[in-house]
Write a protein that binds this ligand. Structure first.
Ligand code: GAR
Length: 198
């Protein structure tokens, strides 16, 4: 069976993207075909290029809030690359139902909280504010509702005395780099059984 092709969408540094790229070797059932960003300054673009992966940029700003027009362009390189699976990895644009439906059942996202807790932004600060004893990250299938959709894996980290949003985020990120590759490997092999780390 031929390998699945994976497009990864990023907006920033792309550390999760790098962990996915590094995982897709050997007997892994997928290979990267594209790293795509809405931000030409995303640090991850150079990292992807250095890894020999095709990159593309579709800047959202000229579309001035017209999400559908932006997405009509965003989808083109994904289709051109022949992606079977789309991984959102720190992609910080909200996607419309129309865009999402084109990738139903084959688009994943990583979110820095134990969903369904703390959808949206500032997840680490919100977990601290709530006095949670544990926090973590989730990989889920993308559906039209923000940070929703079937959970494909979670990793937990303890909240420690003296944690700040930054220290907590750093500890969660370490787990993100383990969780997302583990989920993608399983998902690309056709297995949607949730991965549980820690
Ligand atoms: C990660 O922590 C990811 O979970 C989060 O952005 C960060 C991107 O880091 N994603 C979201 O908040 C999506 N709503 P990275 O660019 O180094 O992978």
């Amino acid at each position: 069976m031929s390998n699945k092709k994976v497009a990864i969408l990023i907006s920033g540094g792309g550390s999760n993207m790098v962990s996915l790229l590094e995982s897709m070797t050997g007997d892994h059932p997928a290979r990267p075909c594209l790293v795509l960003s809405n931000n030409a300054d995303a640090g991850g673009l150079a990292k992807a290029a250095a890894a020999g992966v095709a990159t593309a940029v579709v800047d959202h700003r000229p579309f001035k809030g017209d999400r559908e027009a932006f997405e009509a362009e965003l989808v083109k390189p994904i289709f051109e690359a022949g992606a079977d699976i789309v991984c959102l990895a720190g992609f910080m644009r909200v996607l419309t139902a129309g865009f999402v439906s084109q990738f139903e059942g084959r688009m994943l996202n990583i979110h820095p909280s134990l969903l369904p807790k703390y959808k949206g932004l500032h997840t680490h600060a919100r977990a601290l504010e709530a006095g949670d004893a544990e926090h973590g990250c989730t990989v889920h299938e993308v559906t039209p509702r923000l940070d929703d959709g079937p959970v494909l894996g979670q990793a937990r980290v303890p909240v420690l005395p003296g944690d700040t949003p930054d220290t907590l985020a750093a500890r969660v990120l370490v787990q993100e780099h383990k969780l997302y590759p583990a989920v993608l490997r399983r998902f690309a092999a056709g297995d949607k059984t949730p991965v549980q780390l820690a």
